[in-house]
Design a protein around this ligand. Structure first.
Ligand code: HEM
Length: 141
């Protein structure tokens, strides 16, 4: 459960990065594909070399989806419903992968925000990204 303080920290932190959606998304995906190479199997149709047009454009879409989720933190299921359908029924992404991508986003935030990424902010994002992952995976049952 996200507290009012968690929500505030998430909004304030995301404000610092959401203007760089493409760079942030690309860095998270680059980390995902290097650290967990099995995730590349979902993107056989992509050029996965660092900074490719496809990865940058996809990264931007993912970050914008998270920005939208942050605007709708009280109503995540509804805000992410379409994406949940897509990932469960069309793409059939194994839910374990959501945790891997969340981990990569955490590292991107930590690397880019340095000391501003306090344990409290880290904990708030951990809760938020877990909630997003839970919604994206809820249609699998
Ligand atoms: C597509 C968001 C996790 C695989 C998308 C799209 C968005 C998105 C916004 C584009 C939808 C559209 O074009 O209408 C997210 C979010 C995630 C997440 C917010 C979690 C925080 C993952 C994970 C994988 C994955 C973990 C697999 C490792 C894909 C694939 C596509 C896609 C294969 C289609 C790409 C294409 O052909 O253009 N996702 N995603 N997603 N996602 Fe995710």
């Amino acid at each position: 459960m996200l507290t009012a303080d968690d929500k505030k920290m998430i909004q304030q932190t995301w404000d610092k990065v959401s203007g760089h959606a493409e760079a942030v998304g690309e860095e998270a995906l680059w980390r995902l594909f290097i650290t967990y190479p099995q995730t590349k199997t979902y993107f056989p149709h992509f050029d996965l070399t660092r900074g490719s047009e496809q990865v940058r454009s996809h990264g931007k879409k993912v970050v914008n989806a998270l920005t939208n989720a942050i605007k709708n933190m009280d109503n995540l299921s509804q805000a992410l419903s379409e994406l949940s359908n897509l990932h469960a029924y069309n793409l059939r992404v194994d839910p374990v992968n959501f945790k891997l991508l969340s981990q990569c986003f955490q590292v991107v935030l930590a690397v880019n925000l340095g000391k501003d990424y306090t344990p409290e902010v880290h904990a708030a994002f951990d809760k938020f990204l877990s909630a997003v992952a839970a919604v994206l995976a809820e249609k699998y049952r």
